[in-house]
Design a protein around this ligand. Structure first.
Ligand SMILES: *[C@@H]1O[C@H](CO)[C@@H](O)[C@H](O)[C@H]1NC(C)=O
Length: 289
């Protein structure tokens, strides 16, 4: 009896995870090209930069990854890999490791931030999802968001309020600045935080993580190892016991309020040498997600 039940549970899990939900844009010529787009959301004009993979095929359901900028930041900084145009740091390091398997989007916040007043930025996310679903071939079960600082806060807000529309998120040095509407559903979650963060401290980062430890049914990460001050390295820990398909990871690094953390001998923050993009992509791309 128990054996049969576990087979059935196994089938349910497979169905949940493995079936691609293709968007309406699949099967026809794309109506969206790479570049800056403007859409009207609740009477306000909103902009985003989108990058369509080279050799795009309209019968393949692509992953969709949002990269949300920091306070005072801009979409083009996310898309270009910062002001200096670091190749390995485009879209928070995701572009190079995704290797043309994901549609990448860098939205522009209002007044350089993600105040999400009255849920306005969540409505912007919904509107982009709909616009992109219609114009390109998206696997609707493979939407992701990553962001730093205010962009991490908005990514957390997405995890709280849009856990059914997004498959996983990565919150770099986040806090609760964009709200947490709902916040009770499981979603795969990767938290990244510096032990010396003086802007949004690591205790806050741990508490964001712990919401999804609870929602995902994982064992407590209270004892997760973090690097010693001065070690100039990072420690990534996977939570145990999480519901299938809802992992949680936590990476603590010996650095401050930075997005592209790197281990010694590289500088503390370095887009070319950062482990953040590769580790986040491995998480977004992992089996069971
Ligand atoms: C990127 O993908 C192409 C085509 O699938 C493959 O030939 C190439 O080796 C990949 N590059 C890397 C760095 O993985």
């Amino acid at each position: 009896m128990r054996f049969i039940r576990s087979i059935l549970l196994g089938l349910v899990t497979l169905t949940d995870v493995a079936v691609a939900a293709l968007s309406s844009g699949c099967g026809s010529a794309p109506t969206i090209t790479s570049g800056v787009k403007t859409i009207t959301v609740g009477g306000t004009q909103r902009q985003f930069t989108i990058r369509v993979p080279q050799n795009y095929q309209n019968n393949k359901g692509y992953k969709l990854v949002y990269g949300l900028h920091w306070v005072g930041g801009r979409m083009d900084q996310v898309a270009n890999g910062g002001d200096t145009g670091s190749k390995n740091w485009k879209y928070y390091g995701i572009q190079v490791v995704a290797n043309e398997t994901a549609i990448l989007v860098a939205p522009q916040g209002l007044n350089g931030g993600w105040g999400n007043s009255g849920g306005s930025d969540l409505k912007f996310i919904d509107a982009m999802n709909n616009y992109i679903d219609a114009g390109l071939c998206v696997d609707q079960g493979q939407r992701f968001s990553i962001g730093f600082s205010y962009g991490g806060a908005m990514t957390y807000s997405i995890a709280c309020a849009r856990a059914k529309q997004f498959r996983a998120v990565a919150v770099i040095a986040g806090g609760v600045l964009s709200g947490c509407d709902g916040g009770n559903d499981p979603i795969a979650y990767f938290g990244i935080h510096g032990i010396k963060d003086g802007t949004l401290n690591i205790a806050g980062g741990r508490s964001l993580r712990d919401r999804f430890i609870k929602n995902n049914g994982c064992a407590s990460m209270a004892g997760a190892k973090e690097p010693a001050s001065g070690s100039r390295t990072h420690i990534t820990t996977a939570a145990t016991g999480c519901k299938a398909g809802y992992p949680v990871k936590w990476a603590a690094h010996d650095g401050g309020h930075i997005q592209a953390a790197a281990d010694k001998p590289a500088p503390e923050e370095n887009g070319e040498a950062s482990w953040v993009g590769p580790e986040v992509w491995a998480f977004f791309n992992s089996a069971g997600l």
